[in-house]
Structures are given as C-alpha cells and as structure tokens.
Ligand binder design. Structure first.
Ligand SMILES: Cc1cc2nc3c(=O)[nH]c(=O)nc-3n(C[C@H](O)[C@H](O)[C@H](O)COP(=O)(O)OP(=O)(O)OC[C@H]3O[C@@H](n4cnc5c(N)ncnc54)[C@H](O)[C@@H]3O)c2cc1C
Ligand code: FES
Length: 290
C-alpha cells in the first residue's frame, strides 16, 4: 500500500471505489456501548465527521431476512498501523444490524465502504476569528467527537469537550477520549452534572467571548436542535453531525434527503452528515435518532 499523507484539518477525504473486506482486530465493552476496530489495508486516513457503510462478511441477513443493507457508522478514531489504517467504531445495539456488529469477534471480517461524506470544518474556516472549539456530544453521538478532538489537538487547536448521557445503560465511549478535560452530564445523575449537556454549553457560552469559538455537536435530534438554537441566538458558528436513514451512503438512493433553509433538499450522505447550523431550519429530522 502507498502511504497517503494525513488529511489537512477539515479536508474531505475521498473513498476508494467499491467496498473492501477488512479484518476485525478487537471488540471491547465501553460502558453500555462497544468499540470495535478493523485494519483497513487499502484505505486513506478519514477526516473527523466522515462515516463508513458497514456490513459483516458473515451472519448478515439470513433466515429472518434482515439486515441486508450496510449500516452507516461515524468513524470514532483512526491511526496508521503497520500495513494499513486502524479504524475504530463505537456501536450501540438498537436493532439487527447494530446488534450483529456489536458481537463481532477478532478475526472476523467486515465489508467497509468509506470514508464518506462531508467532515467537520476547522474553526477558522467556519467563522472568521474562531480559534477554539467546543465539542458537544450526546449518547452514541460522542463517536465522531473523539477523532475530532484528537485531530484538533494535533493541529494545536484548543478544544473543550462536553458529553451527556441519558443513563448508565445509554452511555459509553469515554475510553476514546483523553478524559482529563471532559465535562460530563447525565439525566439520571449517575455521572457529572444532573441534567442535559446543553446546560453545560449554556454556562460556557455565557462565560465566553463567543466570537472566538466554534461549536461542533453530534447526538440525538432534540439535543442538536437545542445546540443549533442556542448558537443561532448568540451568533456562534456551529456544525451539527446529523443522521438520516441511509440506504446507500453515496448519493444514489435519495433516502437521506433533508430540507435545507434555502429551499429544496440536500442528501445528507454527500452534502453532510456534517452541516452548518445555519444551513437547516431545524435539526429535528423525521426517521433519525434513537
Ligand atoms: C452518518 C451516520 C453515522 C452513524 N454513526 C453511528 C455510530 O457511530 N454508532 C452507532 O451505533 N450508530 C450510528 N448510526 C446509526 C446507525 O446507522 C443505526 O442505528 C443503524 O443503521 C440501525 O440499524 P439496525 O439494523 O441495528 O436497526 P434498525 O432495525 O434499522 O432500526 C432500529 C432503530 O434505530 C432507528 N434507526 C435506524 N436506522 C437509523 C439511522 N440511520 N439513524 C438513526 N436512527 C436509525 C430506527 O428508527 C429504530 O428505532 C449512524 C447513522 C448515520 C446516518
Ligand atoms: S443514503 Fe442514498 S442518497 Fe444518501
């Protein structure tokens, strides 16, 4: 494999043509979620916010007839390792596809297609004068913020991380972060502030010179909508990593179309999944989130 240079911060990385078969190297519990890794022998290093379409090589479909389509997954971290790129994914088992992926064992094989979609933008590209980042994650939406935090750090961009969870069972992924600078919230109070992660964001935005920060969020639609509204009110630039049901992941099926503020629609798999807060009227998208 020819080594390709790591992408510039915020630069979209193009997927090689077609899907490729990768070996699973580990699968670990992380709170109520699981982190599994594959070695991608032929792929480039992804940009934070991009995603892959995943399907196991065996045990995908079968007697029950489901699942057949690959499932969309944000890349949670990536690193060049030996002859390829290690890709980490964080999974919450919510249905047949995610349940199968959660049980992958080292040595099994996975079909992957990616990296796909539009990544997070560097703060300076999102808003003039923005030199720092505030990362806001909710539930399984913490996944893409882990790789974004690491890429920002490597580029010398200061970032603060706020993560929120519903309860102990619906929390995890902290192993993907260097936890020293994370502020936590939980609705049941089992960790950190009792309440919403947006309570923590409100405190930061009140105390800050907000023109120097850009906000990046991924989580359930209601959380994204709250973040979008708070940022719009205060004139703070923000990007949201959104979800919509995705059948193909590369622009062919139009299953992931969402309305945009300027009129018409965007296909979230090619024009997103990361969108600027001011591109959409609302982050409450039908069929997204769980
Ligand atoms: C860009 C993108 C990145 C994603 N990243 C991750 C990730 O890092 N980790 C992770 O665990 N999940 C992620 N998801 C969600 C994941 O793709 C879905 O949970 C999965 O497709 C569900 O498949 P299933 O067969 O397990 O469940 P299904 O039987 O298909 O659905 C089970 C439940 O999940 C809901 N659901 C199904 N598909 C989606 C979807 N695409 N988005 C939101 N809700 C859905 C359904 O409404 C239902 O309530 C991501 C989705 C997108 C679009
Ligand atoms: S998922 Fe098929 S067009 Fe977006």
């Amino acid at each position: 494999m020819t080594a390709t240079p790591a992408p510039r911060l915020g630069e979209r990385v193009t997927a090689p043509f077609g899907r490729r078969r990768c070996e699973v190297t580990r699968n670990l519990a992380s709170g109520g979620y699981r982190i599994f890794s594959v070695l991608d022998p032929a792929g480039p290093e992804p940009a934070a916010g991009q995603f892959y379409m995943l399907a196991t090589a065996s045990g995908w479909g079968g007697d029950g007839g489901r699942p057949y389509l690959a499932r969309a997954f944000s890349v949670a971290d990536a690193a060049r390792e030996g002859s390829g790129v290690r890709l980490d994914f964080l999974v919450q088992a919510v249905g047949p596809g995610t349940s199968r992926l959660a049980t992958l064992e080292a040595g099994e094989e996975l079909w992957i297609h990616g990296p796909l979609g539009r990544p997070f933008s560097a703060p300076g590209d999102l808003a003039e004068g923005a030199a720092g980042a505030i990362l806001v994650g909710g539930g399984i939406g913490v996944a893409p913020l882990a790789i974004w935090r690491r890429q920002l750090l490597a580029a010398g961009v200061p970032g603060r991380v706020l993560l929120g969870f519903r309860d102990r069972a619906n929390s995890g992924g902290l192993d993907l972060f260097d936890c020293s600078e994370i502020r936590l919230a939980s609705e049941d109070g089992h960790t950190g502030h009792r309440g919403y992660v947006t309570d923590l964001l409100a405190v930061l935005l009140e105390g800050d010179d907000t023109s120097t920060a850009a906000v990046y969020a991924c989580g359930p639609p209601a959380m994204l909508e709250a973040v979008r509204g708070m940022c719009a009110e205060r004139g703070v630039a923000c990007e949201l990593a959104m979800e919509a049901p995705m059948a193909c992941g590369f622009g062919a099926c139009f299953g992931c179309a969402i309305p945009v503020r300027s009129g018409g629609y965007m296909r979230l798999c090619v024009d997103g999944p990361v969108v600027r807060g001011d591109e959409v009227e609302t982050a409450l998208v039908a069929g997204s989130g769980h």
